[in-house]
Design a protein around this ligand. Sequence first.
Ligand SMILES: Nc1ncnc2c1ncn2[C@@H]1O[C@H](COP(=O)(O)OP(=O)(O)OP(=O)(O)O)[C@@H](O)[C@H]1O
Ligand SMILES: Nc1ncnc2c1ncn2[C@@H]1O[C@H](COP(=O)(O)OP(=O)(O)OP(=O)(O)O)[C@@H](O)[C@H]1O
Ligand SMILES: [Mg+2]
Ligand SMILES: [Mg+2]
Lengths: 253, 253
Amino acid sequence: MRTIATVNHKGGSGKTTTAVSLSAALAETGRRVLLIDLDPQASASAWVAAPAESRTLLDALLGGARLSDAVHHTGTLGLDIVPSSMWLLGAERRLAEIRAGDGRLAQLIGDLPDHWDYVLVDCPPALGALTANALASVEELFIPVEAHVMAMAGLVQVLRGVETARERVNPRLRVSGIVACRVDARTRHGPEVVGRLRGRFGDLVCSTVIRENVRLAECPSFGQPITQYDPRCSGAADYRSLACEVIAQEVRH
Amino acid sequence: MRTIATVNHKGGSGKTTTAVSLSAALAETGRRVLLIDLDPQASASAWVAAPAESRTLLDALLGGARLSDAVHHTGTLGLDIVPSSMWLLGAERRLAEIRAGDGRLAQLIGDLPDHWDYVLVDCPPALGALTANALASVEELFIPVEAHVMAMAGLVQVLRGVETARERVNPRLRVSGIVACRVDARTRHGPEVVGRLRGRFGDLVCSTVIRENVRLAECPSFGQPITQYDPRCSGAADYRSLACEVIAQEVRH
Ligand SMILES: Nc1ncnc2c1ncn2[C@@H]1O[C@H](COP(=O)(O)OP(=O)(O)OP(=O)(O)O)[C@@H](O)[C@H]1O
Ligand SMILES: Nc1ncnc2c1ncn2[C@@H]1O[C@H](COP(=O)(O)OP(=O)(O)OP(=O)(O)O)[C@@H](O)[C@H]1O
Ligand SMILES: [Mg+2]
Ligand SMILES: [Mg+2]
């Protein structure tokens, strides 16, 4: 079972869009995927129409419930979700107070039955206790970055945070890919920033770039991932090609 | 002195772009503006090339320093800044622990000399102690919203948070405007979401919409606000027209 988190404390970088779309593209290939929504804003849960009011993820993080008690099926074959809710805001403060609070999610994921091939964790845009839990509990990170210069500055901080988590809590943690998102080919700026990313971070940057495609912005209101909402649009094609890159890494895993 | 914060815990909604661009457009009219960067990612500080390494804002929030000790001039006449830095991450945890920690910024702003006409506070994409401080310390809020359906869901939570802050800590707090940002007229989706925003929130939504304009994404790397980087582009025009709306509200103030 591969465990992956989409992290970047810069807001709006494409974490949720990547977590949901990549999950759906992986499920399409027959792999079984569990998406864990660790963002109290619950955008991923709302997108796949999962029940948002449940406290179960909070109860699992802070109390005795198991993660498998919180799993729901989605309308996409092969894709299950552990939904988030506003209750998680309480977890942010309480996890920061408990000793070894950052390790709660790692225990919960460790106790999951071996039913899924992939676990993807969507993180909030913050460096708080929930993101710290994700960094302590997965082996791989994908870092979505909007192809704007303003997004570049935060990347160094993200990589520094990853380094700290690797040294302190999770020696197996590695960055499996930086994903350039919302690349608008109608401008020079987007491709220029992608060039700068490749120049600075080399092979860490996925060869797939996700192009700006309004269909990706539309599909959350239809409760479907892009692979079902508009299977022939560029958004679906780009996330399928990203899924291929992720699958090609399986050999290394 | 008017005190305004740009808030929205949804990441990437245009908080920093609005705080910096609106500040610069107000300064252009001869008003004196102080921009306070309350986001540990320090995007506004980096944009106006303010020194990011200083601990002074942290010392003011947690210790005895005054806010006026942390003020720097920018390259824009009439626009000063209190820069942020990674040190502020420490404030997030420590403010949450101190009694009445949410009221620190209100005291600091209250002690400012009467030198500025406007104080604008840029907030991080989180509902933590720093944003709580902003909600407790300003009288007015502008809520930038990206014109995407995914951004609509969070808006209700933001307004609920404002209501709670008004009841508990700051009875004078009011929403002065919801600002539709990154409206891409080349798609149907953008204008459709603006229509939904107006239908649901009525006059709270500013008549000015901020169009998607790549010049706004480019200018942070040149250390200049849009009014100086490309004074004739649509981004500069839109933020000038937003500044007019803000100025027209002065009569009520
Ligand atoms: N390739 C794309 N083309 C067009 N729109 C996109 C694309 N990727 C993401 N978006 C839109 O950009 C906005 C930000 O994306 P998203 O919400 O996935 O980012 P995030 O990092 O999860 O945000 P947050 O920091 O709030 O968690 C959303 O409105 C989404 O619909
Ligand atoms: N009108 C616009 N046209 C084009 N790009 C824009 C526009 N407004 C903002 N942007 C870009 O969108 C991205 C998000 O904007 P910004 O960083 O201001 O949002 P934010 O709410 O401050 O994000 P965070 O949640 O990380 O604080 C940035 O890369 C910015 O350059
Ligand atoms: Mg998200
Ligand atoms: Mg910002």
